[in-house]
Design a protein around this ligand. Structure first.
Ligand code: PMT
Length: 413
């Protein structure tokens, strides 16, 4: 987890959105960060200290004048890996832009060399006021990270721009800040979920894939700078910066993949694609009274094998192997037959592994290399291990330009 051990000062200033700081704090702590909360006097009108203190890694601090520590702002500023201000009011933004230090939070902002991220929240009129616009422009120019507010419902029932960005968006922005951008400029296509093959107007043949592993890989690739397309059979909310293509059947997934594969630098097929589908699909609901139907199955197209056959030079093609027996032999066979650069084998019969779980355990196989096992851990961590291997494969093949370089060449001096 990229936030493990990172010391984050969470500045909370006085707006109605202060209550969302609680959720942000909880998520950062869950992600392994050490969160030190600092509240302004305004924030205390909206949020009690006790809630934030209970969830953070240290009790809330509010005061510049502190009996036990004479200069708390320098310790906070100097020891931070990040100062995150959420919500950031017009006052705090203005004070920070002009270098005014009036309370513990604004002093800490000036007493740090750590990165700073501000998440503004205010009424639309204030957010669009030229003074606030100028202050935000100044902060951006100085390298401050700004998570723009969203359109939506504001205090008092008004609707417009200025609502604090959703906590998951803010936490993702924080994670991205600490994540190496080693896929910058690459195009990555990931599949997720299980295909559903219709029997009649209401029934389908499906499998147990939740899409969690594929979605984790899409997120990991996006966090590392890639332009990601996720071809998925399951809805995936909160995927900012990821293009999502929703499909249902193997045929639809194949069509979507054929459209985006030629321009992809990396393809990861984590979806569980049905191997067979009903040969004939009834356009109405089959009647129970007619007795059990004889359903004749036919093979679906092997999407990954087709991508292997058409693979452009430099493209990295990654498959998964879901096995219950002879894991390594079966995976090695698929690696060769589908012309893959990497196959991620999971023993889906083992506890906590594969379908639906939040965890997975995998063995990574590459042509001509020793298999490498990654023990049981969260699917996010498995995703990072897969992406690490992809990055290694890409740097080993830098002499061979991938599709992105062919489409969008660097200007030559
Ligand atoms: O979604 P989760 O609940 O998080 O579960 C994750 C997972 C178990 C689905 C995932 O880890 C996984 O193993 N995905 C691949 C499942 C699968 O279909 O495995 P397979 O061994 O049957 O297929 C081998 C490869 O060929 C896979 O990359 C598959 O996407 C691809 N394939 C298979 C059949 C087909 N007709 N076309 C394909 O492209």
């Amino acid at each position: 987890m990229v936030l493990t051990g990172k010391r984050i000062v969470l500045g909370v200033s006085g707006g109605i959105a202060a209550y969302k700081a609680v959720e942000i704090c909880r998520r950062l702590v869950d992600a392994g960060a050490h969160v030190v909360p600092v509240m302004t006097a305004g924030a205390e009108h909206f949020l009690g200290r006790t809630t934030l203190s209970a969830l953070a890694s240290e009790p809330v601090q509010t005061d510049l004048w502190n009996a036990t520590e004479p200069i708390p702002h320098t310790r906070l500023g100097q020891s931070a890996d990040l100062i995150l201000v959420a919500p950031a009011t017009a006052r705090v933004i203005s004070a920070y832009a002009t270098g005014l230090s009036t309370d513990l939070l604004t002093n800490t902002l000036l007493a740090t060399r750590a990165p700073v991220m501000v998440c503004p929240a205010m009424h639309t009129e204030m957010w669009e006021h030229p003074a606030v616009v100028d202050n935000i422009t100044t902060l951006r120019r100085r390298g401050v990270h700004v998570v723009d507010p969203e359109q939506g419902r504001l205090a008092g029932g008004d609707v417009g721009a200025g609502r604090l960005a959703a906590p998951d968006r803010i936490v993702q922005a924080v994670e991205r800040l600490f994540t190496p951008r080693d896929l910058d400029g690459t195009r990555v296509v990931v599949t997720a979920g299980g295909t559903r093959e219709p029997i009649d107007a209401v029934r389908v043949i499906a499998n147990r894939s939740s899409g969690k592993q594929g979605i984790a890989i899409a997120r990991a690739a996006a966090a590392r700078g890639a332009r990601v397309t996720l071809v998925t059979t399951v809805g995936a909310p909160g995927l900012h910066d990821i293009e999502v293509v929703e499909v249902e059947t193997a045929a639809q997934m194949q069509e979507a993949m054929q459209a985006c594969a030629p321009a992809a630098d990396v393809i990861v097929m984590a979806a569980a694609v049905a191997d067979f589908r009903p040969k004939v699909v009834a356009d109405r609901k089959l009647k129970k009274a007619d007795g059990a139907p004889d359903i004749v199955l036919e093979p679906t197209p092997d999407i990954l094998a087709g991508l292997g056959d058409a693979k452009p030079a430099g493209q990295i093609l990654v498959g998964f192997a879901a096995e219950t027996d002879d894991l390594l032999d079966n995976a090695a066979r698929k690696l060769a037959a589908k012309k893959l650069d990497l196959i991620v084998a999971n023993d889906v019969g083992a506890p906590g592994v594969g379908f639906q779980h939040d965890t997975n355990a995998v063995t990574l196989l590459q042509p001509g290399a020793e298999p490498r096992s990654v023990g049981l851990r969260r699917k996010d961590d498995i995703a990072d291990a897969v992406i690490d291997t992809v990055v290694g494969l890409r740097s080993a093949t830098t002499s061979s330009p991938g599709p992105t370089s062919a489409i969008d060449p660097e200007p030559t001096p």
